[in-house]
Design a protein around this ligand. Structure first.
Ligand code: B12
Ligand code: SF4
Length: 555
């Protein structure tokens, strides 16, 4: 007999749509624990989500509602669009239709969980992997046990604030390994109204997704992931991963993007997953794995010739590598292991591109410009180095989103000390100088986290960092801070090489845009039936934008 119904809501209204993988994982664990589960996916109801919410809760009353918050905002410096307002509107609507408690989780949520439990006015939150904690919460609710019995749970105590039930073991609290279901495949579905429709996402977004491990043991200065996901690798059994890949392929989801923080860290496990794919392919000529096109996120190291060959044999179509920069003086102390040691140099990037090209795999290489210490000279040098790579596409981002628990966020809050407007702190919507207080000077975590997203009046004002040495003398307000550097960057890239380059833009500078959220080129791609990582089609963007939608199949 079922222990009760749990409803899982996806409030992500951004297109092209991205499969809310988390809900498949959570649904698998809840089902295994004998709960009924409904997924209420609002991504394809952007225009009429209110009616969809009302109709659903008119029909079904759960014991618990779970909401996944994948992104807080675009983290795109020239746009700085925040999604929290629409998420809150959806949560508010849900709460008018049911008295069931509401719990939120997700990677975006986990980057500022106390502030978001408070802002959404919800009952509970889960930072990091949720599959075991959510089941424990549902069990507690079903059996009438107090939520304080659920380790790791954030509880909203109203005027007494948001509190977290501590884990007995601090390693579990930060590493999250034992909170990840690693043994068996997550159940993926298509065409079921009460589950994530994986095939629909593939047809409308061109990609499916697969997780091989959770977390990251590194400590790169700008990155939220070790804190938000877990600072240890929770490696899934490779047979479970490949079973799940087969299940998606049999549903017609042929392009899969890894959702690991980085697929090549830890490389031994990554090779084990690839070997399992290769083993099954070579054993069975009719295996669905022969149709796999895999798209991966990696760091420049570790990477070797054997790895490149395995990737190609397994069906990897494209590699997205994020070296951030080429200059050692900027990478030192920026891209680092937990011990503070840099783990690659620019030569490693050249090797990745060379090996990929030898095996016919596409590459996207990403630079992150504007970090502390960046000057027009280091930026020019970085562009020259990146343009010299044998890469399919090179992408540049100008400016860095600052989160409460990234090393950069903590460092800037310490420097600001609740008093100083540290040079480089920026937000397009700032109406006053940005001052950040470190955690120990804040009355609680809600107020520490809030200052990275809201101003003192409660308006959205996401905080970014942009090296002051890149700003022109005639800056005309916070939203125009990037103008000089944008122009310089565009001037650095020779026109004959622009086709393969993704440059940031501001309105009026170019019709191009490398922001994934509601990007006209990406929407066009999926309308035309293109699949795979969007960047792989970037060099053909002008032809594609003029193409007539003639087919319904995929390409
Ligand atoms: C792969 C990836 C992409 C790929 C996705 C490909 C695909 N088809 O899936 C691409 C390149 C397309 C992409 C695009 C974008 N991405 Co992205 N992406 C990722 C990445 C690496 C994996 C996301 C993922 O699926 N993880 C696996 C799932 C299973 O994990 P999860 O969602 O965290 O779920 C677990 C827990 O969080 C928890 N949980 C989740 N929901 C819930 C709900 C409840 C109730 C509970 C209890 C628990 C819970 O349990 C789950 C299972 O353990 C993450 C970083 C990361 N390591 O997670 C960034 C990340 C999520 N992306 C990010 C961003 C900003 C974007 C874009 C907005 C960028 C842009 N401007 O274009 C777009 C969003 C587009 C959209 N439509 O939503 C940011 C979000 C930051 C933030 N604070 O908002 C991240 C964190 C990257 C970063 N370091 O900044 N992305
Ligand atoms: S950027 Fe660094 S810390 Fe972040 S996921 Fe990648 S390797 Fe880990």
């Amino acid at each position: 007999m079922s222990k009760g119904l749990v409803t899982l809501v996806n409030p992500n209204l951004v297109h092209p749509p991205i499969t809310p993988y988390a809900l498949d994982i959570l649904a698998t664990s809840l089902e295994d624990a004998e709960f009924d589960v409904d997924v209420l996916d609002l991504t394809f109801s952007r225009e009429n989500w209110t009616e969809v919410v009302d109709a659903y809760f008119g029909r079904r009353q759960p014991v618990l509602v779970g909401v996944t918050i994948r992104n807080t905002d675009t983290i795109y410096p020239q746009e700085q669009r925040v999604f929290l307002g629409s998420h809150k509107a959806i949560i508010d609507q849900v709460r008018t239709r049911t008295r069931a408690p509401v719990v939120a989780g997700g990677v975006g949520f986990s980057s500022m969980p106390y502030a978001l439990v408070d802002y959404f006015g919800i009952d509970y939150g889960v930072k990091g992997p949720g599959e075991f904690t959510l089941v424990q919460l549902a069990e507690a609710i079903a059996s009438g046990a107090p939520p304080e019995t659920v380790p790791g749970l954030l509880i909203n105590k109203g005027s007494a604030g948001v509190h977290r039930v501590s884990h007995a073991d601090p390693v579990v609290a930060a590493g999250h390994v034992s909170l990840v279901q690693r043994a068996t495949p997550y159940r993926r579905h298509s065409g079921r109204p009460d589950r994530v429709d994986n095939q629909m996402y593939f047809h409308r977004g061109g990609l499916g997704n697969i997780l091989t491990k959770n977390g990251c043991t590194f400590a790169c200065t700008h990155c939220v992931e070790p804190d938000a996901k877990g600072n240890r690798f929770a490696r899934r059994a490779e047979t479970a991963v490949v079973d799940e890949i087969e299940s998606l392929l049999l549903q017609g989801v042929l392009d899969l993007h890894t959702t690991d923080s980085e697929f090549n860290l830890n490389i031994t496990h990554s090779k084990a997953v690839l070997r399992e794919i290769v083993r099954r392919k070579s054993r069975d000529a009719s295996s669905p794995l022969h149709r796999l096109r895999l798209w991966i996120y990696v760091q420049p190291a570790p990477f070797d010739a054997e790895y490149a060959a395995l990737l190609a044999e397994a069906g990897c179509a494209g590699i997205n590598v994020a070296p951030d920069h080429s200059r050692p003086e900027l990478l030192d102390g920026w891209k680092v292991s937990a011990g503070g040691t840099r783990f690659y140099d620019f030569d490693d990037v050249r090797k990745v591109c060379r090996w990929a090209s030898e095996h016919g795999m596409a590459t996207m290489v990403e630079a992150l410009l504007g970090m502390p210490g960046e000057t027009p000279e280091t930026m020019r040098a970085c562009v020259d180095d990146f343009q010299s790579l044998d890469a399919t596409v090179v992408g540049y981002t100008l400016g860095i989103r600052v989160f409460p628990y990234s090393p950069l966020g903590r460092r800037l809050a310490a420097a600001s000390a609740g008093e100083l407007a540290v040079p480089g702190l920026q937000s397009n919507d700032a109406e006053e100088p940005i001052v950040l207080a470190p955690l120990e000077r804040c009355p609680n975590r809600v107020s520490y986290e809030r200052q990275f997203m809201f101003d003192r009046a409660g308006r959205f004002r996401p905080v970014y960092y942009f090296s002051p040495a890149l700003v022109g003398d005639d800056e005309a307000g916070p939203g125009r801070r990037y103008d000089h550097a944008l122009q310089l960057l565009w001037d650095c890239v020779p026109p004959h090489d622009r086709l393969r380059v993704m440059l940031p833009t501001r309105p009026g500078l170019s019709p191009e845009d490398n922001n994934y959220a509601d990007n006209p080129f990406l929407l066009r791609l999926t309308e035309l039936g293109y699949t795979g990582a969007y960047w792989s089609h970037w060099p053909k963007r002008y032809e594609i934008m003029h193409e007539v939608p003639a087919r319904t199949g995929t390409r």
